[in-house]
Ligand binder design. Sequence first.
Ligand code: ADP
Length: 489
Amino acid sequence: ASTGAAVNALQKDKAYVDGKWVAAKSGKTFEVTNPANGKILGMVPDMDRSDAQAAIDVAHRAFQSWKTTMPKDRSVILRKWYELCVKHKKELATLITLEMGKSLAEAEGEILYSASFLEWYSEETRRTYGDVVPLSSPNKRSMVIRQPIGVAGMITPWNFPSAMLTRKVAAALAAGCTVVARPAEDTPFSALALCELADQAGLPAGVFNVLTSSRENASPIGKEFCESPLIAKISFTGSSAVGKILLSQCANTVKKTSLELGGNAPFIVFDSADVDLAIQGLMFCKFRCSGQTCICANRVLVQEGIYDKFVQALAKVIDSQLKVGDGLEPGINQGPLINARAVEKVQDLVQNSINSGAKVITGGSKMEGPGFFYEPTLLADVTSDMRVAREEIFGPVAACIKFKTEQEAIAVANNTNCGLACYFYTNDMSQSFRVAEQLEYGMVGVNETAITGVDTTFGGWKESGLGREGGKYGIDEYVELKNICFGIQ
Ligand code: ADP
């Protein structure tokens, strides 16, 4: 297979450390492929633990000056970076579609979402206020200030290759921290493109560094991030399994961590719901990114009074609205899954459900290659003990479960160690308050599934994570509080 030329000027084939484009010390590289056709998109450096150490040294040195910059100066650079992302949204979106597979329209949406974090935190730089605290003692005063925590090590996933990075980086840089980031091996190009634009925006060398590596080097680099005394903070988005490894590796240096991990989102439709509105909401939150987001509906719980009607109507909409194919082609809204492993996992979950008594209403099969495609699928008669309802599907499969009472729905919804997002549809106002308050989740959509946004908070309860990203809360993850106590004679 030929590696071909760069698709546009923002496709870089080197990592970015200390403001320079660099190769791995070992000289090794690895291939990045397009999941829509399996073709090689390009090669990037396969960096290892020693490259990580060098980049951490750089970021630690850069921190000594970045932390003393004026908030207004950081703001100007972040704002410039935001404007460059918007200006280059087409090139950036093309890179996302090529390396990750989502449709170009979705990719453009991601770029605007991604850029919005740079804009938001360019504004927040000037608002890291502290407090003057009234004490019980007359001859003392306390001033609590917020200071940048230090170098932040970031590990990001492939499903939002741009937005998952800026959501962290923008908050960190605004606070005055510097960053060493390792993007997922499937999608390094979006991260490197952000480096190019950061450079153009005037971000000083060493403040934002991106290391690329194959899956084999993910674990050693992650270990270095967690164990290095020069890193003060780990921020990770990915699976709960890897999040737990990182958290335990951080114990020895008592490192602060922010973790955005897996979900098992229930999507509850009560008898009183507007069925068309619920289906519209479900189509967005189930099939966006071909079902590969951590807040995608994983279990569709439908009350018995409307169950049959709902399933029938949903099947029709799936068949008529979803167009599977290469995300670069016009009209396509369902791209491939990220790789062959992902297709096998979805196939296995669907087969397991069928064996346990679920019915396939539409879809239900892997599609012939090239590329890693799975049919949009609707399963009925799923029960909450089936694997498809207990594990994160991360694919285009809507699994419908019938329930009788509100209490039962809440119990089923909460019966999981995840607590990221959940959704429910009802036209009964008392029910909406009652249910929203009982759901053990960090994010609850009531008659709404587009629940994320730069201005509000994102994060999970239980094993879905630690900390929050976005909004005024996001910056808290990158500051330490300091109590300065003055004695007054
Ligand atoms: P997914 O299954 O969606 O790829 P992962 O949690 O496995 O989710 O991956 C998220 C990110 O974590 C990716 O960048 C991946 O390369 C990285 N990763 C995987 N294993 C480790 C590890 N042991 N230490 C550090 N990073 C890892």
